[in-house]
Ligand binder design. Structure first.
Ligand code: G3P
Ligand code: CA
Length: 261
């Protein structure tokens, strides 16, 4: 793992959650392009499979909330969803946004940005080849394994992905209901992951210390306010995942300036 590229407490990575989703519809090209314009270190996106096993960027299992389509993505072919509107729910300005395939995102990704592919926990392939195999094959085919990290709430999927390609950096996302008895190092060790990801409410000094002592990185999500950024900085996280990455950048610059006086 290229640990220096994946953040440190001195310089936490700024990670755009579902793209720059504060100013553009989540998981849309507009949100990804805005994140690139804000010069983020990493872009996070949510990945699912269509009925014909194409990776599509969508958070919910259903199309209803963020597109003008209805029903489960996994019951539709790519052809059936390719003309859906993927942005009008956010603002009329984004009425021309379409759903994005992972292939398109990989082809577009600027060289300076790492892609955080969150494989949604319930993603199932409709063919014999599992979603994990398909994802690793796609990343291999596009020679993107060293420019992407794969994360999930489904830790078994993460373990499988690492078994399929040991060069891929992986992260497990903490589930407070299923994992409450486990420390970051126990989970990362069990599922062979490199990064522990939790939300701002789960961030405690013991959590960060346990991760770092055992050479795992720690990212925090749900960061919204200046207070959240200050907390993340004080707790020495390696990456900050936020809908508004520019705000995080500005808040961090402020802290750095203040601390260097
Ligand atoms: O990376 C963590 C975060 O993306 C998980 O939550 O619901 O936004 O996918 P969610
Ligand atoms: Ca996500």
């Amino acid at each position: 793992m290229k640990i220096n590229k994946l953040g440190s407490p001195e310089k936490p990575l700024i990670i755009a959650h579902r793209g720059f989703s504060e100013i553009a519809p989540e998981n849309s090209m507009a949100a990804f392009e805005s994140a690139a314009n804000a010069k983020v270190d990493m872009i996070e996106c949510d990945v699912r499979l269509s009925k014909d096993n194409k990776f599509v960027i969508l958070h919910d299992s259903k199309l209803d909330r963020t597109t003008n389509g209805k029903g489960n993505l996994r019951t539709k072919t790519l052809n059936e969803i390719k003309t859906l509107n993927n942005g009008e729910w956010f603002s009329n300005k984004f009425r021309n946004e379409k759903l994005v395939t992972l292939e398109k995102l990989l082809k577009w990704l600027p060289k300076s940005i790492i892609l955080n592919i969150e494989l949604k926990p319930d993603v199932l392939s409709s063919s014999e080849e599992s979603a994990e195999i398909k994802l690793v094959e796609l990343l291999n085919k596009f020679e993107m394994s060293e420019r992407c990290i794969v994360t999930s709430f489904n830790h078994k999927k993460i373990k499988t992905i690492k078994e399929l390609n040991s060069k891929l950096t992986t992260g497990i996302i903490f589930n407070p209901i299923k994992n409450f008895r486990n420390s970051p190092s126990q989970l990362c060790n069990r599922f062979n992951a490199d990064i522990f990801i939790c939300n701002k409410h789960q961030l405690q000094s013991e959590v960060v210390e346990d991760a770092h002592k055992n050479k795992y990185l720690i990212y925090v999500y749900g960061v919204k306010s200046e207070r959240d950024v200050n907390h993340a900085w004080q707790f020495k996280v390696d990456g900050i995942i936020a809908n508004d990455p520019l705000f995080v950048k500005q808040a961090l610059q402020k802290i750095n300036i203040l601390s260097s006086i």
